[in-house]
Design a protein around this ligand. Structure first.
Ligand SMILES: C[S@@+](CC[C@H](N)C(=O)[O-])C[C@H]1O[C@@H](n2cnc3c(N)ncnc32)[C@H](O)[C@@H]1O
Length: 335
């Protein structure tokens, strides 16, 4: 299959790659899993280190061609799976020195206006990163006002969610909402003007619908849990996130399942050592440098966190699933 979109390959600048390389410190023969292949920016850098091996995943079939080029060049040192990272433990039973997630959209996806991610486009509302059950158009035209309001409020952290969902329902009664610019118009009509705000009025609603359509919260939770299973003791789990819900999840997981933060309540006995999935965790966010932000504005909101896998046996982190159940239950309404 020849997809025209690979012409955008060079447009995606890998975010915080120097920091990722410094943490991974790939040595000869190191084994790395790149869970968000995208334009291959990270995988290409890892493969520059002699005899490093990379297993990469991406849910988007638009990137298969880019992956094929790497496979032809590096043969058995590079393997690609067109699969969601929530299933990463099913594609490989090997143990890895590092597992890396660079979340969100690539420029390939955002800049391809036919995919309906960008509120600058006039194309059909799709917003699928690949392997999804419903398009944004189906969600906007068929979900109840209550569901839409909750999705926009919870996943977009949008204060004016109620007005936006009311107007979506009103507009679709007149005729189907088909394109991104139609949605933009509805959002603009619903929101109070605030000229001080730096972000576009549509950003939060678009983010919310995209998260819901792609079930991004459930993907992240299952992805980082399964990454923990495939890491060697001492292996690094690196996550770069771009919005506050993602970062809250990663922070909670790393903090609560690391050696130094085992007690969720100081009056309860300390959990037995065998439950620590990670070694000491510093609870530190690493940010892009101002030089990188200038060159690549997308890196401005990037937050990198890293945890080191302990030698303990894997135990299912039930508290993580419970803590964010509200989000994952909401995402289940896509079914
Ligand atoms: C920000 S881009 C990664 C860019 C890459 N690091 C680079 O430098 O080229 C994120 C990629 O992750 C993919 N992705 C997002 N969620 C995913 C999931 N749940 N499973 C697999 N791939 C996913 C997207 O399709 C997108 O291609």
């Amino acid at each position: 299959m020849k997809l025209p979109h690979t012409s955008l390959e060079g447009k995606h600048l890998p975010v915080m790659i120097d920091e990722v390389l410094k943490i991974c410190n790939p040595k000869s023969g190191e084994y790395i899993m790149d869970c968000t292949f995208g334009a291959g920016g990270y995988s290409k850098e890892f493969l520059k280190f002699q005899s490093t091996k990379v297993v990469a995943l991406d849910r988007d079939n638009y990137v298969i061609e880019i992956a094929n080029k790497l496979r032809n060049k590096f043969h058995s040192r590079f393997t690609f799976y067109n699969e969601k990272f929530s299933k990463l433990d099913q594609v490989s039973s090997d143990k890895f020195d590092a597992v890396v997630f660079d979340l969100g959209l690539s420029s390939i996806q955002l800049d391809d206006l036919t995919r309906g991610f960008s509120f600058k486009s006039k194309n059909e509302l799709n917003m699928s990163m690949g392997q999804t059950k419903r398009s944004a158009k189906e969600v906007l035209n068929t979900y109840s006002n209550k569901d839409l309001k909750e999705i926009i409020k919870i996943f977009g952290e949008e204060e004016e969610a109620s007005k936006i969902s009311n107007n979506i329902v009103k507009e679709r009664a007149k005729g189907k909402i088909n394109t991104t610019d139609e949605l933009v118009k509805i959002i603009k009509k619903s929101k109070r003007k605030n000229f001080k705000k730096k972000i576009d009025q549509s950003t939060k609603t678009f983010q919310a619908i995209r998260i819901f359509v792609n079930q991004e919260i459930s993907e992240l939770i299952e992805g980082i849990i399964n990454a923990t299973k495939v890491l060697k003791p001492g292996g690094k789990l690196i996550v770069i996130s771009f919005h506050s819900i993602e970062d809250k999840i990663v922070k909670f997981y790393f903090k609560n399942y690391s050696k130094n933060h085992s007690r969720s309540n100081k009056y309860l006995p300390e959990k037995i050592n065998s439950l620590h999935l990670f070694d000491e965790y510093k609870n530190k966010i690493i940010r892009a440098t101002s030089k990188e932000i200038k060159r690549n504005p997308r890196s401005r909101s990037a937050k990198l966190r890293v945890a080191i896998r302990s030698a303990n046996k894997f135990n299912d982190p039930e508290e993580l699933r419970n803590k964010f159940k509200y989000f994952t239950d909401l995402e289940k309404r896509i079914a």
